[in-house]
Design a protein. Sequence first.
Length: 430
Amino acid sequence: MQSDRSHALFTRARELMPGGVNSPVRAFKSVGGEPFFAQRAEGAFLFDVDGNRYIDYVGSWGPMLAGHNHPAVLEAVLRTARDGLSFGVPNPLEVTMAETIARLVPSCEMVRMVNSGTEATLSAIRLARGATGRTRIVKFEGCYHGHGDSFLVKAGSGALTFGVPTSPGVPKALADLTLTLPYNDFDAATALFDECGSDIACLIIEPVVGNANCLPPREGYLQHLRELCTKHGALLVFDEVMTGFRVALGGAQARYGVRPDLSTFGKVIGGGMPVGAYGGRRALMEQVSPAGPIYQAGTLSGNPVAMAAGLAMLELIQAPGFHEALEAKSNALCDGLEAAARDAGIAFTTNRVGGMFGLFFSSEAKVDTYAQAMACDSAAFNRFFHAMLERGVYLAPSAFEAGFVSSAHGDAEIAATIEAAREAFRVAKA
Ligand SMILES: *Cc1c(COP(=O)(O)O)cnc(C)c1O
């Protein structure tokens, strides 16, 4: 596999950009080696600057739910861009976007658009603190909510890969306000709320964890958290930046039937453009400026081109049967990988939830806690990752990230992936 051009670009990039990248996990530090540089992308495929083609299971880390460069999304962007890139006054697409979110996710009676998932979660906890007059927040080990100071405590994703439980630069006084819990542990949550429930402004959770591999909630767990929050007057915040519109049209809250007070979105909602959003109960959202006193603003928030891309994506995924077909792809892929691992004599299991999946080099029958995810054989994953990459399959470059399928992943791509895995599992075993 050619990599001269990517190597040359990475050499230049490392001189000028920290680690050669603009977001840490792209640097391949967890799996070793060097990243490839993308030239273009289409459907289920990424093409690099050296002319290699990859079946892509990262999908720009989530947005590409209908596949890369979907003609309908591209057309919406081009059409909108011709009228101007940004206005600094309200535009009609913002209203359509708010209506669309409120219709698809009924707990979001009002919505505020922002520019990233990080901004959405930061704004949501400010609102939670402002509305409750309380200071503490609760998050879960291995959950990632963007790079806001309050969230870089036992965080997942890139922060997890690098083993930095709390980043330097986060004041201890602030980090002390973030309490952490083990995901899927009912009693730990009850005990924490019994101890200091009246100080807790909100509990924020990835309802399906996707930043410490892919960990679905145990039966009744999200309901349990809902009850605890209600009992103690804390707000329940679902960070659906990854799960939103992916694990079901209405997100994890629709899939599991739990209504949060606030929700955050990103990724899919921008269709590949930088977009985030937060929304929730009207009485809460009306406290956000300028309707209320809790300040939050954004020069480019609700950008017309970004709204057009997101709306085109949300239109595509409302096609009848879209999410059922997506889940069938995740199942076909994961069943095939499990069978290939079994044939290769490798201890391996998977999780799948809608268009999200997790691969675990583990002998456990079921992996659904952070501790179990951490105990997996990451060296075996790394060998598997590189063996797959050489065979033209791009998985997330870390054992602690979820994988994504899109509607553009057809039977042929999934069959080719499983075929590649048959050889890659043998390499991983060695
Ligand atoms: C990606 C992600 C974020 C951060 O979104 P950015 O757009 O990268 O700032 C927040 N929460 C979750 C659950 C995510 O997966």
